[in-house]
Design a protein around this ligand. Structure first.
Ligand code: FES
Ligand SMILES: [Fe+2]
Length: 406
């Protein structure tokens, strides 16, 4: 878009002051961010926190986390735009509970274990669109509602009450353009997901972002299998402290490295990352602030999703524990605002983000895991300048503790 033409200038102005660019949380972060920059201070945790290395290494600990945090508790599964139309589906490999989420004819969502009731193959792969799910092993066919529609070679198979062999259903909830699932079968836990309760105060912010509309279908990076504990992979997203050093030539060129706002919402949190030129705003009246040019709103959706709202797009990383304590699987999705910038520019930015992840962040998490696994150091320490990191670990402890005390 040309900013020199009259129409271009108008369009740019509209974008800059559009509702998503004037979000109340972005305004709050900007006000606080300017104060931090002016006073050379930071929003700090109460003290320095120590964390035992064993938290990242013990198999029993990982088993407990998977059961409590990933199977019994609702977790973020998708943005609605990933499953847009009747028949659209998305699979999700929650540890020990593969899931398929599918949009119904009436526009609602249902979710099932992605496990064929015959002999356990998957019924869907990746994401896409289907009228029925046909298992590729022997060809049993399931409707979008999970019901078993057809047993191949039916008579020959022998007597079977097909009404008892539908896919196993799990709870799903959708609001504000967010989709959450709970991987426990509904027969075991029939309670619907109370999404507002799960969001613990974040609902008004997501209502205001309006993710139901205005996001393009995502660019999706192939899941990356990496050799570190899942929590080390998450930790790297929760502080900008490492930008100046690890990301000296990348992220640190445009982001402030050691100042951020922090707010807790139950176990979730929001960090406000600040652009390096945010102090320019001090010269302007608030009504003219191009907010999203200077802040990034980083949502930690407990326990494993980091969703970032940027000026011209939204992206999230979703980190799943792997089969062993020293592995995790990272999914990364990027949703552009179609009216802001061209596809090519977003494509480049997407590739650049992948480069930073795969060349800088992931190797560092793997290096830390190897060093902890060597047994050479029994604990780590989180600074007062790393409040979101501290909050994440306290929230994990609290969830496990509550589960163990019933
Ligand atoms: S395992 Fe699915 S049809 Fe046999
Ligand atoms: Fe990083």
């Amino acid at each position: 878009m040309s900013e020199t033409s009259a129409s271009g200038a108008t369009a740019t102005t509209e974008l800059r002051y559009g509702p998503r660019q004037r979000h109340s949380k972005a305004l709050d972060i900007t006000r606080r961010g300017l104060e931090l920059v002016a006073t050379h201070s930071n929003e700090q945790a109460d003290g320095v926190m120590e964390r035992a290395s064993s938290v990242y290494l013990a198999e029993e600990r990982q088993d407990e986390e998977i059961e409590v945090l990933f199977r019994r508790t609702p977790i973020f599964a998708a943005l609605s735009v990933e499953i847009p139309l009747p028949g659209s589906y998305k699979t999700l490999d929650i540890p020990k509970a593969p899931i398929v989420i599918v949009r119904q004819e009436d526009g609602s969502l249902r979710a099932f274990l992605n496990i064929c009731r015959h002999r356990g193959a998957s019924v869907a792969y990746g994401n896409g669109s289907a009228r029925t799910f046909v298992c590729k092993y022997h060809g049993w066919a399931y409707g979008l509602d999970g019901g078993l529609r057809k047993v191949r070679g039916g008579d020959n198979f022998g007597p079977l009450d097909t009404s008892c062999f539908g896919l196993t259903e799990v709870a799903v909830a959708e609001r504000y353009g967010l989709v959450y699932v709970r991987a426990t079968p509904l027969q075991v836990d029939p309670e619907p997901i109370d999404l507002d309760a799960v969001l613990a105060g974040l609902a008004p912010q997501f209502r205001e972002w309006g993710f139901e509309t205005g996001l393009a279908e995502p660019r999706i990076h192939e899941p990356v299998l990496t050799a570190s504990n899942w929590k080390l992979a998450v930790d790297g997203y929760l502080e900008p402290y490492h930008f100046a050093s690890l990301h000296k030539t990348t992220v640190a060129r445009y982001n402030n490295s050691n100042q951020a706002t922090f707010d807790a919402y139950g176990p979730n949190s929001v960090s406000g990352f600040l652009g390096r030129k945010i102090e320019q705003l001090a010269e302007l009246p608030e009504a003219e602030w191009p907010l999203m040019r200077h802040v990034q709103v980083i949502y930690m959706l407990f326990p494993n999703v980091i969703l970032s709202v940027m000026q011209d797009h939204v992206e999230y990383s979703q980190i799943m524990p792997g089969a062993t304590v020293d592995s995790n699987i990272m999914y990364h999705l990027y949703f552009r605002y179609p009216e802001w910038g061209d596809e090519e520019m977003h494509g480049k930015r997407f590739v650049n983000t992948q480069w930073i992840l795969t060349e800088e962040d992931i190797p560092m998490a793997e290096e830390v895991h190897r060093n902890l696994a060597s047994g050479g150091q029994s604990k780590l320490v989180f600074g007062r300048n790393e409040p979101a990191l501290q909050h994440q670990h306290r929230s994990i402890d609290r969830a496990l503790e509550e589960a163990s005390t019933g």
